[in-house]
Design a protein around this ligand. Structure first.
Ligand code: ZN
Length: 266
């Protein structure tokens, strides 16, 4: 077994202790960023989530962009949203018209980021001050972008696009996604989707990082997050945490090492 950095070990122990003693606050408030006043704000939750996971908070069809004086850049790919298809039917028995849902059509839309042309008014989402450890993401060539909250995920890490997308300025959420990025570095590859082990590693790593950065963590939120994933996998919370402790130590260390390397002595 590899030895863990004692500083990391101490913080992790403290977090696990507070979990075990049930000494965890219940309140969890994540203040999310507002949605933009753009056409897609009116779309269904499913379609807004498609956009969120495509890394944009503004996507429109070709014609919609045209009326705004913009056009898709050469070579940019469309994302597809789903729109319901209806058909009018005559109900002979009651002599009235009925509208039937006959299925869904995939409609191509383009992300704002993939268009050019007239500038449009866009609110600034990035925080005034970048979160601690932001430079670690930069060092790993991972872009960090902020977007309006679409009603589901607070953030995610896309290994394919090398991008962290956040729908909140809450530092804990950034730490969680940075932890996923660290886990990918440690393991070489992540499982696709919400894997219970990966989620627990990310949330515990985030809690340790927050402590090391001198931030107060929302231990209650972390605890409930971890408990949900552990219980869904049929595990006891404490045991689940212990089973991933080795990975957590490695993730914290790779982040702190990167941070330390950047402290250049002039
Ligand atoms: Zn996660």
């Amino acid at each position: 077994m590899t030895k863990m950095n004692p500083k990391v070990q101490k913080v992790l122990d403290r977090i696990l202790e507070s979990f075990a003693s049930g000494d965890v606050p219940e309140a969890l408030t994540i203040v999310t960023l507002p949605k933009l006043d753009v056409p897609c704000s009116e779309w269904s939750l499913a379609n807004r989530l498609i956009l969120f996971f495509s890394g944009t908070s503004d996507a429109r069809g070709f014609r919609q962009w045209q009326t705004a004086g913009r056009y898709p850049k050469k070579g940019s790919k469309a994302c597809y949203i789903l729109t319901p298809r209806h058909r009018k039917m005559k109900d002979k028995e009651h002599d009235e018209e009925k509208v039937l849902l006959t299925g869904f059509a995939a409609v191509p839309v383009f992300r704002f980021e993939d268009t050019d042309g007239e500038p449009i008014d866009r609110p600034e989402y990035p925080p005034r001050e970048m979160p601690p450890l932001y430079e670690v993401a930069q060092r790993w060539d991972i872009a960090v972008n902020w977007q309006g909250f679409q009603g589901n995920a607070y953030g995610y890490f896309s290994p394919g696009r090398k991008e962290i997308v956040l729908a909140t300025h809450d530092e804990q959420v950034f730490f969680h996604e940075l932890a996923h990025a660290a886990h990918e570095k440690v393991q070489g590859k992540l499982k696709i989707g919400q894997d219970w082990k990966q989620e627990i590693v990310a949330e515990l790593t985030a809690a340790v990082l927050a402590h090391l950065c001198g931030r107060k963590t929302n231990d209650g939120g972390s605890y409930r997050y971890i408990r949900r994933y552990a219980e869904d996998a049929g595990k006891d919370v404490h045991r689940a945490c212990l089973s991933v402790i080795g990975d957590v130590g490695k993730c914290v260390e790779i982040v702190m090492q990167t941070e330390e390397e950047m402290v250049v002595v002039v």
